[in-house]
Design a protein around this ligand. Structure first.
Ligand code: HEC
Length: 128
């Protein structure tokens, strides 16, 4: 009986890492982002920190004409790691855009918010 319990615990320990791996590689239809952020917090952050230059809704016109509306950004990065792009922007900026300091959480939140702005068409049979 005791042996069985030890065996069961050992199996659980062995299976735990593969279970978390399965969860993190779930298919979201977009490139997977590192940390799941909060779209609501991301929207509030973008309104404060990005809206002076960018349109932060899916169809707005940017106050600064050379800053792409966030709807376009969301579409451009539908298949790419937007969080990595934002990490680069946080430290060095992006061409005409000055660096904009963001924490890892703020990056995750803005990424999650931007992901809500573009609904990638699916070419498989899971379309709802
Ligand atoms: C001072 C104005 C300004 C502010 C504030 C600003 N941006 Fe930008 N941003 C720009 C401009 C201008 C560009 C276009 C730069 C270029 O590609 O030449 C840009 C481009 C971008 C891009 C596109 C990169 C690409 O690959 O096309 C992203 C993403 C982005 N900004 C995110 C943000 C986020 C997130 C914030 C707020 C935290 C923010 N920006 C705040 C001016 C700004």
């Amino acid at each position: 009986m005791r042996k069985l319990l030890i065996y069961a615990l050992a199996m659980a320990a062995l299976m735990a890492p593969s279970m978390s791996l399965a969860q993190s590689s779930r298919s979201t239809g977009v490139a997977d982002d590192a940390i799941p952020g909060s779209p609501a917090r991301g929207a509030a952050f973008a309104a404060k920190q990005c809206a002076s230059c960018h349109a932060i809704t899916s169809d707005g016109v940017s106050p600064r004409s050379d800053a792409p509306p966030f709807g376009e950004v969301a579409k451009k990065y539908a298949d790419y790691r937007l969080d990595w792009e934002l990490e680069a922007i946080a430290s060095v900026g992006h061409y005409a855009m000055p660096a904009k300091a963001m924490t890892a959480i703020q990056i995750a939140d803005v990424t999650a918010y931007l992901r809500t702005l573009y609904d990638k068409p699916r070419d498989d049979h899971r379309r709802r």
